[in-house]
Design a protein around this ligand. Structure first.
Ligand SMILES: Nc1ncnc2c1ncn2[C@@H]1O[C@H](COP(=O)(O)OP(=O)(O)OP(=O)(O)O)[C@@H](O)[C@H]1O
Ligand SMILES: [Mg+2]
Length: 360
């Protein structure tokens, strides 16, 4: 590449919208800018944009403060309305695979096939024992099937266009995080790792084995649920609950009591993650070597210990800027360290090669 190229990752979360701009120069990557703006509560519910005007305004404000020229962005989707599934098919030519996937997808997708956007990626071939009388060996291709409700992609595309940007690729949060971690680690090798992204609405979890996402789930319960539980326990307003969760403005409420509410609130999420991990370990016969943690809830004091103790697996909070040059004169290192977990998805999106094919 002759000229450095800038890429923008735009993460439209239900709690806040974030962007990361990176400059790629050969193999080296530097941070050009980043920013986030809170979103009015309930503007996005269950991944669906309920208040497009609020989202458009937030994107416009975010980028006008950053004085960023409007252009192409890589955006994403997350939540329970996505289906990501590994399926095995007999090996066949690529053109045929494309046709077969469409009919196969119908069996795996709980939505009307005409309303979904389907993407797939062949991830490797395997030789398996046939189940016919002759027990002949057959070659199968493992394919990662991704299906997203078309409506969700369209409403996101529209708010981004209305805010004056061009969504050049639609990725998924879990793939953006996989991309980021692969960049940080320089590849996964033999490791089996999981990523737990705990934002406001959902805790998105993916397990990566042999360098690809094998299983993924959007578990209900994250920052918003903690706020509801704090509100209920202490009879306080949403904003106060948000502060209590962050360990500020405690007044006469004991810190220990708040921590107890947070631990209880996350009990269901921990149980679901544990069950997902057990299923993976039972089905694959492989262990999970490490759990990487991201999202705003990674900032909750003691959360890493809570997850580690619950899962019995070593944990680490993802540093999205571990392998990105950050100019200390331009960006305060303390600030970057503090906000890092919320920028993981946006950084993973900005790391995407614009030439890659996405969901759109
Ligand atoms: N310092 C902190 N301590 C505790 N919680 C925090 C802190 N910073 C952010 N959070 C919480 O993290 C959540 C927001 O995280 P994040 O920005 O990853 O979510 P989002 O991407 O907007 O939402 P989602 O992906 O679920 O739609 C909120 O519930 C917020 O209160
Ligand atoms: Mg998010």
């Amino acid at each position: 590449m002759l000229f450095p190229k800038k890429t923008i990752g735009l993460d439209i979360g239900s709690h806040s919208i974030k962007f990361v701009v990176l400059k790629k120069s050969g193999k080296s990557m530097s941070l050009v800018d980043l920013g986030h703006v809170p979103l009015k509560n309930r503007s996005i519910v269950d991944s669906s944009i309920e208040d497009p005007e609020a989202v458009i305004e937030a994107i416009e404000n975010l980028f006008s403060v950053a004085k960023l020229k409007k252009g192409e962005v890589v955006a994403s989707l997350s939540g329970p309305s996505l289906v990501i599934k590994k399926i095995s098919l007999p090996k066949m030519p690529p053109e045929e695979l494309e046709e077969v996937i469409q009919s196969e997808a119908e069996q795996h997708i709980p939505f009307d096939i005409n309303d979904v956007n389907i993407d797939f990626q062949p991830i490797g071939d395997r030789v398996v024992q046939g189940d016919g009388d002759d027990e002949e060996e057959i070659i199968t291709t493992d394919v990662l099937l991704v299906a997203v409700r078309q409506e969700l992609v369209e409403e996101r595309r529209q708010v981004i266009l209305d805010a004056g940007f061009i969504p050049i690729i639609f990725d998924l949060d879990v793939f953006a995080l996989e991309n980021l971690l692969e960049h940080n680690l320089g590849g996964f090798g033999e490791q089996v790792v999981a990523i737990v992204n705990m934002g406001a609405s959902f805790t998105n979890v993916n397990i990566i084995a042999d360098g690809v996402t094998e299983v993924t789930r959007a578990i209900p319960g994250a920052g918003n649920k903690i706020n509801y539980d704090i509100q209920k326990e202490f009879n306080v307003a949403w904003e106060k609950a948000e502060e209590l969760k962050k360990g500020i403005s405690l007044g006469n409420i004991s810190e220990k009591k708040v921590v107890e509410v947070i631990i209880n609130s996350l009990e269901g999420v921990c149980y679901d993650i544990n069950r997902m991990f057990r299923d993976f370990i039972d089905n694959s016969g492989r262990n999970i070597d490490k759990v990487y943690f991201s999202g705003g809830c990674a900032n909750i004091v003691g959360i890493e210990d809570l997850i580690r103790n619950n899962l019995g697996i070593s944990t680490e909070i993802i540093d999205p800027f571990a392998k990105i040059n950050v100019d200390n004169k331009k960006f305060d290192p303390d600030y970057i360290r503090q906000v890092a977990p919320i920028f993981a998805v946006a950084a993973g999106l900005a790391l995407r090669d614009y030439d890659d094919k996405g969901l759109s």
